[in-house]
Design a binder for this molecule. Sequence first.
Ligand code: A3P
Length: 280
Amino acid sequence: AQGMKEEDKLYRHNGVLYPTLMSPAENLEALVELEARPDDVMVVAYPKCGFNWMVSVMRKIIEASSAEKVDAKIPPLIEFFGPERLKYLKEAPSPRFIGTHMHPDLIPASFTTNKTKMLVIFRNPKDTVVSFYHFSNKNPVLPTSESWDQFYTEFMSGDVPWGSYFDHALAWEKRLDDPTVMVVTYEELKEDLCKWIGEISKFFSFTLSEEQAQSIAQESTFNAMKESSKGSHGQMSTVFFRKGEVGDWKNHFSEAQSKEMDAEFERRLAGTKLGARLKY
Ligand code: A3P
């Protein structure tokens, strides 16, 4: 990303913004080649909803219940793959562990036709936009905002990488009762991670003992993960592990922004089952 102009860091593909370096059009177009398998383990989240948290938890669940190492050569986001890695993925043994930030309607159709199970993570929009703002500013492949107000405005209009938060939420709302979809919210995970680790492993038909679930929960708290990431992520550790709390939006939102977001939430998500689970 060094030397890249700020305005070139994102580009539009079918109307949605993506990071130019990580998800070039070539990668997105190649995804039609990706043939999903019924036993793929797929994790899906709108950016900054807790994706990396659940990727780490999921990896631990798979490894604890099968004694198999998850293939580290497969990066979590399918939109980062490109044609070469897709070829590799085609040959990879099951269970393949993959993820995406894409809108559900843009996930390759074979995931639905082959009944691949998907774990979907959501988070309340106020904390999501705050997390997104900090991440974008610190990540060299994403543009730096002129101000919080500017990023907030872009988020509200859906002009952020991977598109509109509200569009994603409404699309998942329609699939909440699909037996191949399990939705969990960041707020629910913060409240009782151990319980959800049990639910998630049941959903994917992995068997975990109570002790295994408890020890995965202990290793997956914000502080434990931040500490252990210092070795693996180096400088990027503080970018991925920023605050890890519910309610940090209160330190960023103006009164007017808070009211506006409440009104938008009401307009788009009032009366939805998913909306009722997004506490802020
Ligand atoms: P904050 O910026 O609010 O701290 P994603 O992985 O989807 O990009 O989400 C990143 C958010 O998840 C960040 O939120 C990050 O701190 C938080 N996070 C990462 N690991 C976590 C954990 N173990 N527990 C709680 N939150 C975690």
